[in-house]
Design a binder for this molecule. Sequence first.
Ligand SMILES: [Ca+2]
Ligand SMILES: [Ca+2]
Length: 386
Amino acid sequence: MTGTEAGQAPVLPPPTGQGSGTPGQNGTFMLDDESQLIDENAPPPNVGSEMACDGIDENGNGIIDDVDKGRDGLCDCLNIGFFGALASDNGNSTGAFETWLEARSDVPVTHIGARDTITADVLRPLQVLVIGNLRERGNAGFSAAELEAFRQWIEVEGGGVMSLAGYTANANDMAPTVALLAPTGISYDYQGRGPGVLGVVMNGPPPVIVNDITAPEHPSMEGIKALGVFNAYPVVGDGQVIVRSGEFNLAMAKELGAGHVFVFSDEWITQDVLWSPMMRPLTQCQQSCNQCANQCSNCETNCANCQLQPCQGGQQPPDGGTCARGCDQACTQCTNNCQTCEAACAACSALEQDQELDIPRFWLNTFRWLTPANECQVPVPTTIVY
Ligand SMILES: [Ca+2]
Ligand SMILES: [Ca+2]
C-alpha cells in the first residue's frame, strides 16, 4: 500500500556522502578512510598516519614518527646523509635524485664532505648514510677512531648504510670507500678493474640492464625486475647476494647488529638519465618504433593523396567506389611494410617490459629496509610518481 511505503521512506538510510551519525562517529570514519589508503593487512596498523616528526609514537603502532603526509613512500622524518659527492666526474648529473627526495620529506639531505672527520656526533642524527664519491679523501683513509664510530653507529645505533661505487674511471678512487666499509665485512673488487666491469652496452644506450635478481624476496627488490649499471665494481664479502651478472655480484645486503648495510656496485642509480624517464635515452626498440610510426604516418598521407589522383585511363570513379590508380602499388607496398614494422615494434616492446627500470621504487624499498623497524617506516605505494 502507498501509505506503508510513504511511512517507510523517512527511515531509509540517508544518502552516502552526506555523513551520518554523531560528530564522534565522523571522526572514526575519517581514520577508517585514511587507513584504506595504505596496506590494511600490514601489521602494525595505520602505518604512515602520524603527522609530526617529534620522536613520539603518536598512533601507538610501535613505530616512531611514521609520517608520510604525501603518501609517497618516503618517510617525511627520515634523516638521510650523503657522504662525498654524488655526481660522477664524467658530467652525469644527480640533481634529480636529491630534488626528488627533498620534495617528499620534511628533512633536507645532510651533506658530509669526503674529507670530513667521521665521528659519533656526525653520524648520530642520521638514519641512513649514502656513500658517494670519496675520491677527494685521497690517501688519508680513516683513523681507527673513525672506523669505530662508523661501526658503532651501524651495529649499536641501528644506522643504515647504502654504498655506491664507480664515480670515476680510476679504480684507485675506490680505496677510501673500501677502507670505510672494512667494519662491514663487505668490499669492492676494484683493483686492476680500470673503469669497472659491464661497461659495454650491446643494445641501445647505457646502462647495462641487469635482470639477474638473485634475491627477489629481499625487501629492497619488491616490484623490481631490473637494475641498471655502467662501469661497475663487483661487490665481494659475506653479505647476501641480491643482484648478479655473470660472474659478478653487483649488490649485497647484510644485517649488522642493529643496523643494515647495502652495497651496490655502481652509481648509475643516482644519475638523472636513469632517474627521470623523460631523460632516459631511447632504447633500440624505442628508436625503431619511432621510425616505424613516422614511416606509417607518411604512408597514410601518401595513400590519402593517391586517392586524389586521376583514375587510370582517365575514367571517373564509380559513385561511392574506387578505381585503379598508378600509385596503388606503392600504397599497398608501404601499408604492408608498416604492418610488418608495427608487429616487430609490439614484439620488442613486450620484451622490453622485463627490462623496465623502476629506480625510485628501488630507492624507497632500500631506504625503508635500511631504517630501523621501529622508526620512520611508511608503506611504499603501488604507483610511484616521479
Ligand atoms: Ca607510530
Ligand atoms: Ca613523504
